[in-house]
Design a protein around this ligand. Structure first.
Ligand SMILES: N[C@@H](CCC[C@H](N)C(=O)O)C(=O)O
Length: 288
């Protein structure tokens, strides 16, 4: 039982390049998590604050995925900060794997994590690298952000993304929600804005990105979005030579991640850090 008799709930706070999460250890699936509770926990002024919630639950203990218990012991029950569910969170899987190892729930360094987009396998070391779904690059599409239209290329990485090459990131106003064509994105999408950058050692391409995440607004990093960006960048969409495979260094506002992409493998690597732990007094959260 993760809610103690005194009405407190244990949590850990972690981030991957500033994409931050409230981690809720709930191995036996006893916590009644709701969209309202998630939004209250993620509230940066009245709650703990985060871009999303990672509930750490045994696959066998979660009715949605119990039939997949043979595939991975642990299920990452991921929620965006607005209380919506998402299939994939790349930085979330890296933080989740770090948590499993630090909490002694997995031996490491290799950790399998079930997500709503399937099982991913993480390698937990100084950084955490995770083999993500291989992105699938789609066709052209547009996003409207605060009255400005951006042209981009659709790409899925367990979740939908629109990758928009832009001349400059600093001048973008990303406070607004991205308005997308529902015919192209029936479940909406994360929208990445990307520029080509000067070469760096160890990478075939170096780009920078900002992102408006579906369900969370602008965040400091998005791992699945970074994989989508890498896949689109390697097609030559940023004016570079197209490549079938490559290492892409991606600067995000919260640091740098690296995506190593071949036609059948996509590995996202970067820091994943647990910064705090404590008890939440549930009765003091601002539930709407
Ligand atoms: N920050 C995540 C993506 C989280 C889910 C996304 N907002 C969605 O709704 O698809 C990442 O690191 O991949």
């Amino acid at each position: 039982m993760m809610v103690a008799m005194d009405g407190t709930l244990s949590f850990v706070k972690g981030h991957g390049t500033g994409n931050d999460f409230v981690v809720l250890p709930d191995p036996d699936g006893s916590l009644a998590l709701t969209p309202g509770l998630v939004a209250a926990l993620c509230d940066r002024r009245f709650g703990v604050g985060g871009d999303g919630v990672l509930r750490v639950v045994r696959t066998a203990a979660h009715p949605e995925v119990a039939h997949l218990a043979g595939e991975a012991e642990w299920f990452m029950d991921y929620w965006n900060s607005d209380g919506s569910l998402a299939a994939m969170c790349g930085n979330g899987t890296r933080v989740y794997a770090r948590y499993l190892v630090e909490a002694g729930l997995a031996d490491g360094p290799t950790v399998a994590v079930l997500t709503r987009a399937g099982v991913v396998v993480a390698e937990v070391g100084d950084d955490v690298a995770v083999a993500m779904p291989v992105p699938v690059v789609g066709g052209p599409a547009k996003a409207d952000v605060g009255g400005v239209t951006f042209d981009g290329v659709a790409a899925t990485c367990g979740n939908p993304n629109l990758v928009c090459p832009v001349p400059d990131l600093a001048s973008l106003d990303l406070a607004a929600v991205a308005d997308l064509d529902p015919a192209a994105f029936p479940e909406s999408a994360n929208v990445e804005f990307v520029t080509n950058e000067a070469p760096v050692d160890g990478a075939d391409l170096h780009v920078a990105m900002r992102v408006i995440e579906r369900g969370s607004g602008e965040t400091l990093s998005c791992g699945s979005g970074a994989c989508a960006v890498a896949a689109v960048a390697l097609t030559g969409a940023l004016g570079t030579q197209p490549r079938e495979a490559g290492v892409v260094a991606i600067d995000v506002p919260g640091g740098r991640v690296t995506v190593t992409l071949t036609p059948d493998r996509c590995v996202l690597t970067g820091p994943a850090v647990l910064v705090a732990s404590g008890e939440i007094n549930l009765s003091r959260l601002r539930l709407s």
